[in-house]
Write a protein that binds this ligand. Structure first.
Ligand code: SF4
Length: 397
């Protein structure tokens, strides 16, 4: 079973792979949803593809807008460029885009969750047209997924296991287009489902009445975040081809940490080992909303929405990444400030290697002793001994 991680930019793509993803999905600045994610230029996509393939891993590119006639003008050339670069598949939701990809390339096609596949017959339909994989709608129960895997074993099934949810049917949503003229279906969602809503009678413009569904009341469209880590054993046994982590807009720390948790837990499942509770709890150490298992065991609306607010839970501040380690110094590219006396953590792809220590001595890049770091500089911390590669540094808030 493949672990598929989001890659909002080249750096996140590399860390997602180094932290345990088997494949990444990304977009260029054309034809993919998530217009505000970093997104790659074609040159960067080429570099990304070469990096993925050097590790024997895969890269998929989203071309999942709902295309109007005007979008079709440049699409054939774009599809041909993607094929020349050598990506492993395109992710498509619109039948017109599907047709263009078929006519202008031999690229493998994955059907996007935006296509709302919720039955084995629908999966069979897309496969009969030439799709290799179907990314299931998030609105399916586990039993439905098991039945699909059983009935259409010839179709690769991919399912979301972690990340933000939409209130609308797998992203088919008009809220953002309606409020801001920014269409979610063209990758420009401004997330109005997270806003706080009141009721106003049209002739009393300054009187706002709270909307109350229950004792919490107001964030009626704010979904909790999906987290299926505790269901991974069953998902693994069900015959799902790929498990997907949402979040091309998320931080480097988020993508790396969530990916490694799923990697470390899946490794232990495959080796028949116990899973330490601390591995599961790592998912609380990234910025997230309250978690839910959503539709997994059947729809339960008391468990899927969070009515109090739409704020993220943040227990850690990401400080930066380890650039280099000598015998007694570790060089860090600083993103956020920390100071002498702080307790900090360095995390690594293997959770068992994580270290926690107090910063006693700190140097600037030109080896002057300093008491605190400044963002967007490099600094050295005194630390004896070896550490693994690709460390990320964070501090509990
Ligand atoms: S407004 Fe909310 S529900 Fe609609 S597409 Fe955006 S994130 Fe999804």
């Amino acid at each position: 079973m493949e672990i598929l991680a989001p890659a909002g930019n080249l750096e996140k793509l590399k860390y997602a792979l180094l932290y345990g993803a088997d494949a990444v999905y990304t977009a260029t600045n054309r034809f993919g949803l998530r217009a505000k994610a970093g997104n790659l230029s074609l040159e960067e996509l080429k570099e990304a593809t070469e990096f993925c393939h050097s590790l024997n891993k895969k890269i998929y590119v989203t071309v999942n807008i709902f295309a109007h006639n005007r979008h079709l003008v440049d699409l054939p050339e774009y599809v041909e460029d993607l094929e020349k670069i050598g990506i492993d598949a395109v992710i498509v939701s619109d039948p017109g885009v599907f047709q263009v990809v078929k006519e202008h390339s031999n690229l493998a096609i994955h059907i996007s969750t935006q296509a709302n596949v919720v039955s084995w017959k629908s999966a069979e339909f897309w496969h009969s047209l030439g799709a290799e994989r179907v990314i299931l709608a998030r609105e399916l129960t586990f039993d439905e997924i098991v039945e699909m895997a059983d009935k259409v074993p010839q179709v690769e099934l991919e399912m979301f296991v972690h990340g933000a949810m939409c209130i609308a049917y797998s992203g088919r949503c008009l809220l953002s287009a309606f409020f801001n003229n920014r269409s979610a279906n063209l990758g420009e969602c401004t997330q109005p489902c997270r806003w706080k809503y009141f009721l106003m009678e049209e002739t009393r413009p300054n009187e706002f009445f709270p909307i109350t569904e229950d004792e919490f009341g107001t964030y009626i469209m704010n979904s909790k975040d999906l987290n299926l880590i505790n269901r991974l054993t069953d998902i693994y046994k069900a015959g799902v081809a790929s498990i997907k982590i949402e979040g091309r807009m998320k931080s480097l720390h988020y993508v790396s940490n969530v990916t490694r948790v799923y990697r470390n837990v899946l490794n232990r499942i495959q080796e028949g080992k116990d899973i330490p509770e601390s591995f599961i709890e790592e998912l609380n150490n990234v910025s997230h909303r309250v978690y839910t298992e959503a539709f997994y065991a059947g729809f339960n609306d008391q468990d899927t929405q969070f009515y109090e607010n739409s704020a993220y839970i943040r227990d850690y501040k990401y400080i930066g990444k380890v650039l280099h380690k000598t015998d007694n110094l570790v060089k860090i590219q600083i993103l956020n400030k920390f100071e002498v006396g702080d307790e900090i953590e360095i995390i690594f792809p293997d959770i068992d290697n994580d270290i926690v220590f107090t910063v006693n001595t700190l140097y600037s890049e030109d080896m002057q002793k300093i008491t605190f770091t400044k963002p967007n500089t490099n600094a050295f911390i005194e630390l004896q001994g070896n550490i693994p590669e690709y460390g990320l540094v964070r501090k509990r808030i």
